[in-house]
Design a protein around this ligand. Structure first.
Ligand code: ADP
Ligand code: ZN
Length: 304
């Protein structure tokens, strides 16, 4: 039944907005890549794409927007649908839901959340977290961000989790590093995102050889972050994505450091089977677009 429906999805990123229309079987029918400039021209190009698609293919059942944050995903809140205090020029207070709603139809259900909350929902529905109602998706790229599914619901409190900015102890070999987070210096993001690796070692992260000491330090910091996430949220599985995790040899390094750091504190089957506890994305480079799709389907009341 749902197969005849059409869903719109937007993956909103700092360099590009990817828009697509998919059918009820998740087949992408058309897609466009729009460079991220200022909000007005970027969002107008997105709205134009969906208006044309609706003219050609038929009405959308829902639109899902999985976007960089921080943003306000709390339906009914005064700043719902908006980007909050971002350093990205021009985007602070950009109202995405308020832009699309009148242009695409006041009745159109719109799902709006962070890229990582979208990704964790997509991994639950179609990727590496199927059937697991408590999941975390962490991206390690230009930034570090985490989305969480708790008892099957996306975790929202004051807004959404900001796991990338947790504070970590510096490794003894890294005491002089000041970190790259403009707000906190040496938070998880400031210590372990792609730019931190590049700042510390003065070489592009994708050019560091696997035996370089950069990777043991990277695995250490990520394992510290994952330990904290594991202890706070008790997820059934943690899924890692983002550009840095293209270095797939990091996975076994992170897992063994994670087990070391836990120090036998949790004797859980999930920890004993750590290969299935800390895993790569099942959707890889489509997790963002499918994140928007998952948000659209949820907004329309369609669970799959
Ligand atoms: P974004 O976070 O901007 O959405 P990515 O997740 O691709 O995009 O992250 C980009 C960052 O990831 C870059 O800063 C770079 O340092 C790092 N990166 C990208 N590809 C690789 C790679 N193959 N190996 C290691 N690091 C990478
Ligand atoms: Zn920070």
């Amino acid at each position: 039944m749902g197969n005849h429906k059409l869903f719109g999805t937007i993956e909103g990123g700092g360099t590009k907005f990817l828009c697509a229309v998919a059918d009820g079987q998740n087949t992408i029918l058309r897609e466009i890549r729009i460079p991220t400039t200022l909000p007005q021209p970027t969002l107008a190009a997105c709205a134009d794409f969906f208006s044309r698609a609706q003219g050609d293919l038929g009405p959308l059942s829902a639109l899902g927007i999985a976007c960089f944050g921080p943003l306000d995903p709390r339906i009914g809140a005064p700043t719902y649908g908006q980007i909050l205090a971002t350093p990205k020029a021009g985007w602070e207070n950009a109202n995405l839901v308020g832009f699309f709603q009148p242009r695409l139809g006041e009745e159109l259900p719109i799902g709006f959340d962070t890229d990582v909350n979208g990704a964790v929902l997509a991994e639950f529905l179609w990727g590496a977290g199927q059937g697991l109602a408590n999941l975390v998706y962490l991206t390690i790229g230009t930034g570090i961000g985490g989305g969480a599914l708790v008892n099957g619901s996306l975790l929202h409190g004051y807004a959404h989790p900001e796991m990338g900015h947790m504070l970590l102890p510096l490794h003894p070999s890294d005491q002089n590093f000041r970190g790259v987070c403009p707000f906190h210096g040496t938070c998880l993001e400031g210590l372990a995102n792609g730019p931190a690796i590049e700042e510390r070692w003065q070489i592009k992260a994708d050019r560091l050889p696997p035996d370089h000491p950069a990777w043991a330090l990277e695995a250490h910091y990520l394992a510290l972050g994952l330990m904290n996430i594991c202890l706070v949220l008790a997820p059934d599985r943690i899924i890692l994505g983002g550009g840095v995790m293209n270095q797939s040899f990091l996975f076994p390094m992170i897992r063994s450091e994670f087990v070391n750091l836990l120090g036998n504190y949790l004797s859980l089957p999930q920890i004993a089977d750590v290969e299935n506890y800390i895993v790569p994305s099942g959707l890889a480079n489509i997790s963002g677009l499918y994140g928007g799709l998952a948000l659209a389907r949820r907004a329309s009341g369609d669970p799959h």
